[in-house]
Design a protein around this ligand. Structure first.
Ligand code: ATP
Ligand code: MG
Length: 379
């Protein structure tokens, strides 16, 4: 079922809009796919035949929604509904996209007709539109036989140059295959391999598309079965999008859960000397790079063998995700760390002050007690 607000928009346009706003309005992309296979619809993308901005302005004047942002070069507008207030919708104008070179950001030309807009899309299953009509009626527009591929559970691009034009589609194909348990078609597997063998595609993230590759990788790694996605990337050789060098990918199942995609990626890429560089290219936040850098250092220095109270505190201060990352990478350290924690002195700094310690003596005393406890526990 489509959400009520979709039909409210269509009815409002039908009842109150003038000729400038009245136009064919389509539901497109993932929402149509998920509607047809009965999955929950997360984002609704609406496509306007003539002008998304005209529709957005009309909905704002009618007090139905607020314009959040306008992306003129793509003819897209983001709006926020007044009720339910937590819903944002993307409105787009039918467009075609031109890629000046492989991996380039496309240049948009709009308005176009619906068929041309569908032809710029990634996969047949994502290139189906529903023309939305009053009274909750709709017509399915499926010029690339996407419904048949939904039935066959098959991922297929619309034309042979598609992966080369936009190599992030390789990561998208892997994501949809893993997410829905679909197959990538034989022809697509061949096209993907051919694309990944081209020198200009290898290390693409280092050249131009780091952030966009990061976004698609993030969406892949957010899946519960992200390890299947990582395995498929390895099978297809898709890691080459990140680096020209042969990356070593750690595909071992994890012992402790890694909820965030950043920790998952760090786990997968752990054995590469340029890990932090790679994470930088993909747009990781500084805070995360810092935690990963810290873990890298303590592993390289085998720091648990020269423990200190400070080290234990620093490890305990890691976000849960990175704490788990550390012990996934060094499972044997779990028991060792428990022992170290047990050795932490129970005495409070205040009690030490009462005993006559002051300044740095307090920490020195605590450290001494810690090492003493540790020796005892090890015996
Ligand atoms: P999800 O449910 O994961 O959001 P989605 O299909 O909605 O899946 P989006 O990334 O939200 O994926 O994109 C919306 C639509 O835009 C897609 O269904 C597809 O038609 C089109 N699209 C997105 N990225 C690309 C791309 N790189 N190349 C071509 N078309 C794309
Ligand atoms: Mg979407």
């Amino acid at each position: 079922m489509l959400a009520k607000f979709i039909w409210e928009i269509i009815d409002l346009v039908e009842e109150k809009a003038d000729e400038k706003v009245k136009q064919k309005i389509y539901l497109v992309g993932g929402a149509v796919r998920d509607f047809l296979i009965g999955e929950e619809i997360i984002d609704y993308d609406l496509l306007c035949e003539k002008s998304a901005l005209a529709l957005a302005e009309f909905l704002q004047t009618e007090n139905y929604a607020q314009i959040v942002s306008i992306h003129e070069s793509f003819g897209t507008v983001k709006i926020q509904l007044n009720s339910p207030a937590n819903i944002q919708l993307d409105l787009a104008t039918t467009r075609t996209e031109i890629y000046e070179f492989s991996g380039a950001l496309p240049i948009a030309q709009y308005p176009q007709n619906i068929n041309i807009d569908l032809a710029r899309r990634d996969f047949t299953i994502n290139a189906i539109a529903l023309e939305l009509k009053p009274n909750q009626e709709f017509e399915i527009i499926d010029i690339f036989a996407g419904q048949a591929d939904l039935k066959n559970k098959c991922i297929k691009v619309l034309h042979d140059l598609s992966y080369f034009e936009d190599p992030t589609r390789i990561l998208r194909a892997i994501r949809f295959a893993v997410r829905f348990n679909y197959k990538i078609s034989e022809i697509d597997l061949k096209l993907i391999t051919e694309t990944l063998n081209k020198p200009q595609i290898q290390g693409l993230a280092e050249k131009i598309r780091g952030i966009r590759i990061g976004i698609e990788l993030k969406r892949l790694l957010e899946l519960n079965n992200y390890l299947d996605g990582a395995c498929l990337m390895t099978e297809l050789g898709a890691w080459t999008l990140l680096s020209k060098e042969n990356l070593i990918i750690n595909l071992n199942p994890t012992d402790l859960p890694l909820p965030s995609w950043q920790a998952r990626l760090a786990y997968l890429l752990w054995n590469n000397h340029n890990l932090l560089n790679l994470l930088e290219l993909l747009g990781f936040e500084k805070k995360i790079q810092k935690q990963i850098g810290f873990i890298q250092n303590i592993i390289n220095q085998n720091a648990l063998n020269q423990p200190s109270i400070k080290l234990i505190k620093e490890i305990n201060n890691l976000d849960l995700d990175f704490y788990n990352l550390l012990f996934n990478l060094r499972p044997a350290w779990q028991n060792q760390f428990k022992l170290l924690e047990k050795a932490l002195p129970q005495i409070k700094p205040l009690e030490l002050i009462e005993q006559g310690f002051s300044g740095i003596e307090i920490n020195q005393r605590l450290e001494y007690l810690f090492q003493e406890n540790l020796l005892r526990l090890k015996q």
